[in-house]
Design a protein around this ligand. Structure first.
Ligand code: 5RP
Length: 218
């Protein structure tokens, strides 16, 4: 199976977690695109969705799936999203698609985070994939210096402006042994909007697509 076929298998498998009459949080990226296709098949049974990016919103709209503003709802049953890396503790690196801030907000609101990934994303130690951080543009150089001081190598993601009008630094050279502590430490640097480490609020269920089928961790 190709990587995209594995992504499709978990995108459709996530439908099992969608309960009729609820509002669903929807992530961003190529794996989630398959979930959105799957969601279309039950669009008359759900109330609608909250989207984590302009890209996902455009696709959801084109399929006629009702979109809600997060401010207009009290709670979310589930949030379905992928990750760039996930470990056995269900901690993740996210933000490869630059949507990390809205993703983290929706994940915080949702009762359950369902992470859908192909098996290449499952790692023992987080940090091989460069960890994205969303930064206020005027703070770019300062934040980069602070990240270097911590022993990492930040790289400016050229030509990318997030849906919130900010920039992305991709942080290399990290071997993340205490993800909760690092998330807190980096969150405390002024100018950083969001760190793409989802450790304090990790996933509750992971659906991992492989040649052998879908492995579920919960
Ligand atoms: C977007 C994300 C994505 O979930 C992550 O980058 C994985 O993407 P894909 O499904 O395309 O492999 O965090 O900000």
């Amino acid at each position: 199976m190709t990587q995209d076929e594995l992504k499709k298998s978990v995108g459709w498998a996530a439908l099992k977690h969608v309960r009729p009459g609820t509002i669903i949080g929807v992530g961003t990226g190529s794996t989630v695109t398959h979930f959105i296709d799957a969601l279309e098949s039950v669009k008359h049974q759900i109330e609608g969705v909250v989207s984590s990016s302009e890209a996902s919103s455009a696709k959801l709209k084109s399929l006629g799936i009702p979109l809600f503003d997060l401010n207009d709802i009290d709670s979310l049953d589930i949030y379905v999203d992928s990750a760039d890396e996930i470990n056995e503790k269900m901690q993740m690196i996210k933000g490869g698609g630059a949507a990390l801030t809205r993703e983290k907000i929706i994940a915080a609101v949702a009762r359950k985070f369902i992470c859908i990934v192909d098996t290449s994303k499952l790692v023992d130690i987080l940090g091989n994939f460069p960890m994205p951080v969303e930064v206020i543009p005027m703070a770019r150089a300062w934040v980069a210096r602070e990240l270097v001081r911590l022993g990492s190598l930040p790289e400016y993601r050229q030509g990318v402006i997030t849906d919130n009008g900010n920039i992305i630094l991709d942080v290399h050279n990290l071997k993340i042994l205490d993800a909760v502590a690092l998330e807190e430490q980096i969150n405390n640097i002024p100018g950083i909007v969001t760190v793409g480490l989802f450790a304090r609020r990790g996933a509750d269920v992971a659906l991992i697509g492989s040649e052998q089928g879908i492995k579920i961790i919960d």
